[in-house]
Design a protein around this ligand. Structure first.
Ligand SMILES: [Zn+2]
Length: 387
């Protein structure tokens, strides 16, 4: 049996509580109960917008779907067929969505007016909204679009939803033009936009508070915009502002100096790294100068984990101070990372042998070999003693 549910949100988008009669209630195959009421203020998932949340007689409504004209609420507990239930929406969530959704109409309307673009994609989830336009925008055009959209908010213009008769509809210029002649719901932002849409919107644009385009990328030949309005825009502002304060307070500068301080931290880090590298090189040179090669003419250094460039530099420098091989071994979790350099001894074959005997990987030329070894210091020293 299919029902026709009266859509209370259609005529009053700010009706957040209502009474209704339960027409049917069945266990849902994916858990919960599918409840149909004679009327509802719950907006179902449709057109890229998530469904409303709330309660019916204190039973949680976890999803709302529409098929044909029948709206089904998915509830956590069953509701008695024939009984009257009191439905209460999560008004905060609904208002946040209406702020975003109406903001989307305004941006789309302006983009359509100035550039002839169509809105070809829309997603309104929890705390996030994306909208896709079928043409590209420069950063300057995006900034100007945002400014103009906010001016519409400040003008506090009326937002209307109506079902025009067939004749009116035929002559009406609106976005998302449908081939239908009746039953088309037109949402008008006075003086800015008219669009076919079934969702609830705020009643005046002032309720949106603010429209902020937070990100934009080129997408499928057009643009994808991330837009936040009202409550979610404020939450986003708070998060970003608190992040900025956390950084700038730590460095005793003003919030607007965040980029300056981030650049300075980056520069300081680079300088510190350069100084550290220089000091490590000096240390490596000092170590090389302080030791004498073993009886084979080899110089072997076993180091805590060290930078690869320093390691190569040390092996290279050490090779000038010995007649054999200079090997520098940097400790890893499972053994050592090695670099061996020699001015007189061909290393390629030695490297292959070493890898085979000491559970190693790597290779190189006769002048330099590098890789890893799964062996202890004693095993490595023993290998070099027998070359
Ligand atoms: Zn809409």
């Amino acid at each position: 049996m299919s029902y026709h549910t009266e859509k209370l949100y259609d005529t009053d988008s700010e009706l957040f509580a209502f009474d209704a009669t339960v027409l049917s209630c069945e266990a849902h195959d994916k858990g919960g109960y599918a409840v149909v009421l004679d009327r509802t203020a719950f907006f179902p998932e449709s057109g890229g917008q998530y469904a409303d949340r709330g309660t019916q007689n204190d039973v949680a409504v976890i999803d709302v779907r529409i098929k044909d004209d029948c709206i089904t609420h998915l509830t956590e507990q069953p509701l008695a067929v024939g009984s009257t239930v009191h439905g209460v929406l999560d008004a905060e969530l609904r208002l946040a969505k209406m702020q975003c959704h109406t903001g989307e109409h305004i941006i789309s309307g302006i983009a359509h007016k100035h550039y002839g673009y169509e809105n070809v994609g829309f997603h309104l989830g929890n705390g996030e909204m994306t909208m896709d336009l079928d043409g590209e925008l420069t950063p300057e055009q995006i900034a100007s679009l945002e400014r103009e959209a906010n001016e519409v908010v400040w003008q506090n213009v009326i937002v209307r939803a109506e079902y025009p008769d067939a004749e009116t509809l035929k002559n009406l210029n609106y976005r998302s033009k449908l081939d239908l002649s009746d039953g088309v719901r037109i949402v008008t932002v006075e003086g800015v936009d008219a669009c076919a849409c079934c969702a609830p919107h705020v009643k005046r644009t002032g309720e949106i508070g603010v429209i902020k385009i937070v990100d934009a990328i080129r997408y499928k030949g057009g643009m994808r915009l991330w837009v936040l309005c009202g409550r979610w825009a404020l939450e986003d502002y708070n998060t970003k502002h608190n992040n900025i304060l956390a950084i700038t307070r730590k460095h005793s500068v003003k919030p607007w100096q965040v980029v300056e301080i981030a650049d300075k931290i980056g520069d300081d880090l680079m300088a510190t790294k350069a100084a550290l590298s220089a000091a490590r090189r000096e240390l490596a040179d000092a170590k090389i100068a302080a030791v004498t090669p073993d009886e084979k003419g080899n110089l072997l250094f076993f180091e805590d984990e060290m930078d690869g460039n320093i390691q190569r530099g040390m092996a290279d420098g050490g090779a000038d101070h010995c007649t054999g091989i200079c090997g520098v071994f940097s400790a890893t979790d499972s053994g050592y990372r090695y670099v061996c350099v020699s001015r007189g001894i061909a290393l390629r074959e030695i490297g292959k042998n070493m890898n085979a005997k000491l559970n190693g990987r790597g290779g190189g030329t006769d002048a330099i070999i590098q890789g890893t070894l799964g062996a202890t210091r004693e095993q490595i020293e023993a290998f070099f003693a027998q070359i």
